[in-house]
Write a protein that binds this ligand. Structure first.
Ligand code: CTP
Ligand code: MG
Length: 569
């Protein structure tokens, strides 16, 4: 909540104006019963109609004032709450963009989406309600009681005992409510996860005939969500009648004792009406309270969830502006580098040396650590021990932004963005010109295919690139990597879906690039031409050298090579 208060301070003028307007509404509400009492006792009962007319017009005037204040209040309340919501979403998004790999492991993707959307919306309604009506409820109770005291001390005592008792009860409900609503949000996360998995994996699900299983899974989560939600609502629904019952009993008591006083002449009829009026209004304020409690419980749960994200410390090593921004030549040297995923060892003492412009092949069984090794170069992962040198400088001295600008990574899972073919390739480089886009597409061996598309480079991709084949998507993402003319190019199994001929053409065109290329492939034929091949096995570099050297020196390599040749034959 502290975070939310800090964000609210940026809109303190709007919030302040809204609160002042709300106070006007409150004051009008508070004096209304008194004026009614005046109309009854000083006007109706003594048949003085000029008094009725006078106070009647005051009443109408005040109501109009309250009405105008209410409308203007909504305007400022909206500006305030929407503004804070906008800022929260902006900062959450910016924070998530700074997340490291470890940070991402802490949060689930759908969870982050719910936080940036649904949780922020909860905060918005909370803030809106806060400056619109929330303060009015407690203030009305306090001042209402004080006003009632000015009318009759003895009768008001009934309220002084009843009101705190019911308030205590409501706060107890609030505590349980917060817990329940936190669970509601977790269930919404879970629901989003299942929906997301289903939408993205729909073909797989159909192919495996798993629709029913997935439906059941969805229904299960859906039911759980309904369950907690129902419990939370039930709690609120039960709390209210209990309070109403108690308050009505207090009002009856006031009426009963008041009737006695009236017959003895200790109180005037109008005063008694005013007193009952305050009591009833306080009772309805309790109604407002339960509604507010619901919004507060939700808002509080959401505020905590949002803070979890905002509190993540952005690692300072990625933000140091004092670091050097020099142009890379493309030399990469690993010295006894080890790396862990959480506590799970992935790379042990890996050492190799890649000269600028060389092509380095990576070969190894699945899970050997190829992707992990390559992710260390643009610092998507942080090594655990050892040193990584780029052009003879330890990797830490480089400014991460400028470092990443000169490294292009084509990840193992192709990711295309919604938009045109052109925008997908141009995404790789800020302000890429059309000629650069075409050049990159040619190098990636995708230009002639793009030409056959209905709108050429302006063809819009279906969501997730559905209209493209696996190999076409791979080449498109290679073009995206090439358009920025990197000094280091990392192809993580990015040619796996290409036919041998296209792959060969692609590799040949890469040779003309002035950059160091790291290429992961399962087929030795893809790596044969590489200057060096690194053979990884269970996180260890078990052999390195050219294809011929490895054939002579490494029985494991020979075995793989042999088995692949048999595949071909
Ligand atoms: N790993 C992990 N957490 C991750 C990614 C990987 O614990 N977020 C582990 C994997 O379980 C694996 C090891 O790290 O044991 C190496 O993974 P990776 O580098 O991705 O292996 P690759 O050699 O790239 O495997 P593949 O050929 O299947 O891509
Ligand atoms: Mg991999």
């Amino acid at each position: 909540m502290q975070k939310i208060i800090a964000y609210s301070m940026n809109y303190k003028t709007s919030a302040g104006i809204a609160l002042c307007l709300m106070l006007i509404e409150l004051i009008v509400e508070l004096v209304q019963p008194l004026i009614m009492a005046k109309i009854i006792d000083g006007g109706i009962l003594v048949e003085d109609y000029s008094t009725v007319a006078l106070w009647g017009s005051v009443l109408i005037g005040l109501s109009l004032l309250a009405f105008t204040a209410g409308i203007t209040n909504s305007f400022f309340a909206a500006h305030f709450s929407q503004g804070v919501g906008y800022d929260l979403r902006r900062d959450l998004f910016a924070k998530v963009q700074k997340f490291t790999h470890e940070n991402f492991q802490q949060f689930s993707t759908p969870g982050l989406i719910t936080k940036i959307t649904n949780d922020v919306t909860q905060i918005q309604s909370l803030l809106f309600m806060f400056v619109r009506i929330a303060l009015r409820a407690p203030l009305f109770i306090i001042f209402g009681l004080m006003m009632a005291f000015t009318i009759n001390v003895q009768l008001t005592f009934i309220l002084v005992i009843a009101v705190p008792a019911f308030l205590g009860f409501l706060f107890w409900v609030l505590k349980i409510g917060v817990r329940l609503f936190k669970r509601v949000q977790l269930k919404i996360d879970r629901l989003n996860t299942v929906i997301r998995e289903n939408l993205t994996g729909i073909r797989l699900i159909k192919g495996f005939n798993r629709e029913e299983y997935e439906s059941d899974r969805f229904l299960h989560v859906n039911k759980q969500l309904m369950g907690v939600n129902k419990r939370a609502l039930w709690l609120m629904e039960v709390a209210m009648p209990v309070v109403m019952l108690g308050m009505n009993a207090s009002i009856l008591l006031i009426l009963w004792l008041g009737a006695d006083k009236l017959s003895l002449g200790n109180i005037q009829a109008g005063e008694l009406v005013a007193l009952i009026n305050y009591a009833t209004r306080i009772m309805f304020t309790f109604g407002l309270f339960t509604f507010l409690i619901m919004i507060f419980s939700r808002g509080n749960a959401s505020a905590e969830r949002i803070s979890e994200v905002l509190d993540v410390e952005a690692p300072s090593y990625l933000e140091d502006s004092e670091k050097i921004q020099q142009e890379l030549k493309g030399e990469v040297r690993f010295e006894r580098v080890s790396f862990f995923h959480s506590d799970h060892p992935v790379l042990h003492n890996v050492s190799f040396h890649a000269q600028p412009g060389q092509t380095i092949g990576l070969l190894g069984e699945t899970g050997a650590g190829k992707t992990s090794l390559l992710h260390l170069i643009p610092r998507l992962y942080e090594k655990h021990s050892g040193e990584i040198y780029l052009d003879d400088n330890p990797i830490e001295v480089f400014d991460t932004k400028s470092l990443r600008k000169q490294i292009s990574l084509v990840p193992q899972d192709v990711h295309l963005f919604s938009g045109s073919v052109r925008s997908n390739i141009a995404w790789g480089k800020e302000n890429a010109k059309m000629s650069e886009v075409v050049e990159a597409a040619k190098q990636a061996q995708i230009h002639s295919f793009i030409k056959t598309l209905p709108d050429g480079y302006d063809t819009v991709l279906g969501q997730k690139g559905v209209t493209f084949s696996g190999g076409q998507k791979q080449r498109l993402s290679i073009a995206r990597a090439l358009v920025r003319k990197p000094k280091i190019l990392i192809l993580d199994d990015s040619t796996s879906a290409l036919d041998a001929y296209t792959e060969m053409k692609l590799l040949n065109s890469l040779k003309t690039q002035q950059c160091t290329v790291f290429i992961v492939a399962q087929k030795i034929s893809s790596l044969k031409e590489a200057n060096q091949i690194l053979l990884l096995h269970q996180g260890k570099l078990i052999a390195q050298g050219s294809h011929e050297e490895l054939l002579n020196e490494s029985p494991y390599y020979r075995e793989v090579f042999q088995s692949q040749r048999e595949d071909v034959m």
